[in-house]
Ligand binder design. Sequence first.
Ligand code: REL
Ligand code: ZN
Length: 421
Amino acid sequence: MTIRTKEQLNDFVKETVAHCPVTDIHTHLFAESFGDLLLWGIDELLTYHYLIAETMRFRPDLPYEQFWSMTKQEQADLIWQTLFIEHSPYSEACRGVVTVLNRLGFDLSKRDLNEYRAYFRSVTAEEHINRIMELAKVKTVVMTNDPFDDYERAQWDRGIRQDSRFQAALRIDPLLNLWDTSWSKLKDQGYNVTEDLNEQTLAEIRRFLKDWIKRMDPLYMAVSLPSDFAYPEASVRGTIIDECIIPVTREAGIPFAMMIGVKRKVNPALRDAGDSVGKSDIGAVERIVSRYPDNKFLVTMLSRENQHELAVTARKNRNLLVFGCWWFLNNPSLIEEITRMRLELLGGSVIPQHSDCRILDQLLYKWDHSRTIIAKVLCDKYGDLFDAGWRLEEDEIRRDVEDLSGGTFWKFLGRPDPALS
Ligand code: REL
Ligand code: ZN
């Protein structure tokens, strides 16, 4: 049906974006079969590292070690008291908790953590996964799977029960960022490597990657990279990228996902909350994607300053797919600015958002909040077309929204969307 008025247009866009099932291409969530790796519930929500960082700002006299020595429930109580009772929870991470509690139907006027806790104790992980994914309208999530993590490796060794809603991504940070300690972990896994990157070691790294690709069937191979990431580079990282990552991902037909711009552990006492951001050199991205036109690259960058040049670089290289507003960019003001700019430069050949959820329940807020902004930007873009005399069919809008919600991702991978089969 053709859309005839601006009002009709806005209503239809909002409705379509709000209800379109999404593929969440980067999360830290896990299928139930991974056991304790799957985090959910109120105490996990409150002890999200974003909220730990915010709490510590209001508690200058609390020694970090004292916080870490508390039980999870005590930490959650302190965070709730500090960020939700003594202050209003309008930071994006705090607002997220409020959205989740509201979407789960809790009485927010009571602000009673124990009542929320009782609910979470009363449901099983399986029930909760089904409920959250349905409410959030997320059909597929991509996990972050780390073959260097002993607990996770043990789960793969036991044999994972498949749940096609949870797809794997092979994460290899230790290989590229911490070779001086990770080479011995490869050795422990039976690969004949030495710290020196000789031909045999490089061949064994390739064997390691191929074995894990076979085992996990990942949608892509991923790494987070520091803000001073350089390419090409005569370094351990540069060598492993050229000699191992590039040929192995090309042969497997999977993208190499680079998440660039993190400064790890600027405040180690904050643990996971102690990482920060730095501006990166877009030249490194330009050089790697243009040097390997037969490889596919998924790229997200952490600093606001890199966003425009990243979108321009994607215009020049069709093997580069830009994704998400990562971490410190996942705030309404920045999502709006970045999404607007990307749609203007790239049309629908972009993945506007991923959630980065660490806790299952967060799917509710991360996607609710992002959908509202994506719809707002789309209304403006379609509205401009409307003013210029272009009349859209409902089916055309539906198609575009499906692409932005995951269709573009699956086409880039060259794989069918498992949720559609
Ligand atoms: O995948 C990553 O490297 C990051 O997204 C995480 O390290 C980070 O802690 C995450 O929670 C950010 O949202
Ligand atoms: Zn992440």
